[in-house]
Design a protein around this ligand. Structure first.
Ligand SMILES: [Zn+2]
Length: 423
């Protein structure tokens, strides 16, 4: 059992001398334990516990372990018979992790944890501790082992103001910093003119531009980075949705993982559908329509981009339609919603295309002519996309780089079609 044991030096851990790829053992006296946490999402549970081990020298190391090992440590303290017995913990095959700070963790299959179990490392440590205790000036460590259990829903990140602030959508319009927050609203329609996927150059992975070539009498794709017409391209999912609450609306960019979550279609299915056709980008698959007219809570990342950070955009980093989450957010936001809605004095009763008139930035974004896909030949619904006309690109569009953004472009300066985040 005790082969290949390589005990780490406490000072080396705290001095940052242990690399993230190093595998090591540590043994010490358990002096603090708190934050035994169970995060529940559906049937799955993520269990973790944070604790400190102390060397007889007084030096401590911070540890965080996950899963059954966390349970084992927690239960050992719960079932502890002799209250005064020092708790000696031996962690075998540890790694350093950087998770809200550096700590010792279990990131290997071979990881084991022993607490006061008969083994040479633990017996040796007990001897060391006993020797130290006999010396003058030895201070017995302060023990702070907490057995409270924190059970947290995975939905807490949507509804706990300590984790993320929730905003009404009108507030998002005036956002001028890079930040992450929660909004909730009804998905009114797909927005933007670019459809539900875009094409990227296989060589440089930049977004390609589609334009109509008069000479060849057909659409061609060109890459601004490679500076030539390209044919080797791939499609990447990115749909812009227009979300509305009582105060206003905004555009959010959704990527494949989120659309997958909503539609119960795998990311692979979405990508295959996008890449193999026969649906064009402006013809949204029926499956995606499930998102329309439904309320969701979104965790949104607001980014600034452009040379002078004059543009901004919102990208969805997580979403849920969990009824409890929506209900909680409705309560949390109701006062603010009334306040903002009164202030704006706008009738939000209608949820149709006129909605654009109430959201200046959205209107402006949509007036920017962008290159669309082929003129739709089928009668399939093309929600939110008026994309019929193919037009050569404006200088603004010609950049088509992967700048982080979603749909909304707020009025921080000259308006410009938002760019998308590189995945
Ligand atoms: Zn290229």
């Amino acid at each position: 059992m005790a082969d290949l044991i390589d005990f780490v030096n406490y000072e080396d851990v705290n001095a940052g001398n242990v690399g993230l790829n190093d595998v090591f053992d540590v043994v010490g006296q358990l002096v603090t334990m708190n934050n035994y946490k169970v995060v529940e999402e559906g049937d799955t549970k993520k269990i973790s516990v944070l604790f400190e081990l102390q060397h007889p020298s007084g030096e401590k190391v911070r540890c965080k372990i996950w899963g059954c090992h966390a349970d084992k440590l927690y239960n050992s303290q719960l079932e502890k018979k002799n209250k005064d017995e020092p708790q000696i913990v031996w962690l075998h095959n540890c790694r350093m992790t950087n998770w809200e700070g550096l700590q010792i963790s279990n990131q290997l299959w071979g990881f084991t944890i022993s607490i006061n179990e008969p083994s040479k490392p633990i017996e040796d440590f007990k001897t060391l501790l006993a020797t130290a205790q006999q010396q003058d000036g030895y201070e017995y460590p302060t023990i702070d082992i907490r057995l409270d259990k924190q059970v947290q829903s995975a939905y807490a990140k949507f509804t706990d103001p300590e984790i993320k602030t929730a905003y009404v959508l009108d507030e998002v319009r005036f956002m001028d910093k890079v930040c992450t927050f929660v909004v909730r609203g009804t998905v009114e329609k797909f927005a933007g003119n670019e459809g539900w996927y875009q094409h990227y150059c296989r060589v440089c992975e930049k977004k390609v531009i589609k334009s109509y070539c008069l000479e060849e009498e057909k659409n061609i794709l060109s890459c601004t980075k490679c500076d030539r017409a390209v044919t080797d391209v791939f499609a990447k999912i990115r749909a812009i949705i227009y979300v509305q609450d009582k105060t206003g609306g905004c555009e959010l960019a959704l990527f494949d993982t989120h659309l997958s979550k909503i539609t119960n279609r795998s990311v692979q299915w979405l990508n295959t559908t996008a890449n193999n056709g026969p649906i064009t980008s402006s013809e949204y698959p029926q499956e995606l329509n499930q998102i329309l007219q439904k309320q969701y809570a979104f965790i949104v990342k607001h980014s600034l981009y452009g040379e002078d950070k004059q543009y901004s955009g919102c990208t969805v980093s997580d979403l849920t339609d969990d009824a409890e989450v929506i209900k909680t957010l409705n309560q949390m936001l109701s006062d603010k919603e009334t306040e903002y809605a009164d202030f704006e004095d706008v009738d939000y009763g209608e949820a149709d295309d006129n909605v654009c008139a109430q959201t200046p930035q959205s209107l402006k974004v949509q007036t920017v002519e962008v290159i669309t896909d082929e003129p739709p030949t089928s009668n399939k619904q093309t929600p939110g996309s008026s994309g019929v006309k193919c037009k050569s690109n404006s200088p603004d569009d010609s950049e088509a780089t992967d700048t982080p953004t979603g749909g909304t472009t707020t009025a921080l300066g000259e308006l410009k079609i938002p760019k998308m985040e590189k995945l």
